[in-house]
Design a protein around this ligand. Structure first.
Ligand code: FAD
Length: 262
């Protein structure tokens, strides 16, 4: 899916930052309430511009980890000088840092002063529409920090039931130390979501050693003979999404039953 055209970037500020797992930070960005109101579907993302320590300008695309209707007021906090900021309208994100393949904007956000300005676009992308999940199995697949938009999708589905008969999550990570927000997985299980975490190591040539999230979902669907009775939200490495869609279509699924957020 081609990326959409982004709106002009408008001022916002970094309100909160937490190191949540190896090479991952969760941040909250305070935005104008009018911009927050344009976040209408899980899976949407923004363009964000940030100034690095040496005055360099970096831009990145980041998907919101909060569901549109989720209460984010608690993110109002104190800036580095102890001055109260917020509560105001927040967008939350989960960012990979120290990525050797790029991600300078995320690295700049990892060291930016709390309260410092950033620039953000309006939420973009069509997000996830769960209409096709009604009376079927709704499967979420995420790799790495792609858990951010998938988290938004799950929170949305919990708050606004989709009519799906069952829900599952397959999350692919490099190691247990890469698991952000571990307690949320326990909450998902308590809600009856069939939740699995798979650990694998990507190699430079694009191959992967270890069990892969989408393979695990495919194996379960095959065993239950449900490959045509599923609506899949898959986010992460494009190769993973492509492979999952191709293999489900080969099993008789409709290509429209495997969606991503971009
Ligand atoms: C519109 C848009 C929004 C984005 N939003 C964000 C964001 O909010 N935060 C962010 O950090 N990045 C974001 N990105 C960048 C990108 O989506 C992430 O880098 C991507 O999700 C991979 O995450 P990772 O680097 O954490 O994965 P890695 O840690 O590199 O990999 C995670 C797991 O996936 C496995 N894996 C690797 N390849 C495959 C494969 N082919 N099949 C199955 N499993 C595989 C690995 O073995 C590993 O276990 C965005 C990009 C775009 C275009």
């Amino acid at each position: 899916m081609p990326l959409p055209t982004f709106s002009a970037l408008v001022p916002a500020y970094l309100a909160r930052r937490t190191e949540v797992a190896t090479d991952q930070i969760a941040i909250a960005v305070a935005v104008h309430p009018g911009l927050r109101a344009l976040h209408v579907r899980p899976g949407q993302f923004v363009k964000m511009a940030v100034q690095g320590a040496t005055g360099t300008h970096h831009e990145g695309l980041f998907a919101m980890s909060n569901a549109p209707l989720e209460d984010t007021l608690e993110d109002g906090g104190l800036d580095d000088d102890g001055t109260a900021i917020g509560p105001t309208s927040m967008l939350r994100f989960l960012l990979r840092t120290n990525n050797p393949e790029g991600g300078e904007a995320a690295d700049a956000l990892a060291t930016l002063r709390i309260g410092a300005p950033v620039m953000v676009s309006e939420p973009a992308g069509v997000g996830f529409d769960f209409a096709r999940a009604k009376d079927r199995h709704l499967a979420f697949v995420a790799t790495g920090t792609a858990m951010a938009p998938v988290r938004a999708g799950i929170e949305h589905a919990l708050a606004r039931p989709t009519g799906a008969r069952s829900i599952s999550l397959d999350l692919g990570l490099r190691s247990p130390s890469h698991l952000a927000h571990a307690s949320e997985l326990g909450r998902y299980r308590a809600h009856g979501i069939d939740t699995h975490v798979h650990y694998s190591e990507p190699l430079e040539d694009g191959s992967v050693i270890g069990p892969m999230a989408h393979e695990a979902l495919l194996a379960r669907l095959l065993e239950a003979e449900r490959a045509r009775d599923v609506f899949v939200v898959a986010v992460g490495q494009p190769a993973m999404v492509k492979d999952l869609r191709a293999r489900l279509v080969a099993l008789g699924a409709d290509p429209a039953d495997v969606v991503s957020n971009y």
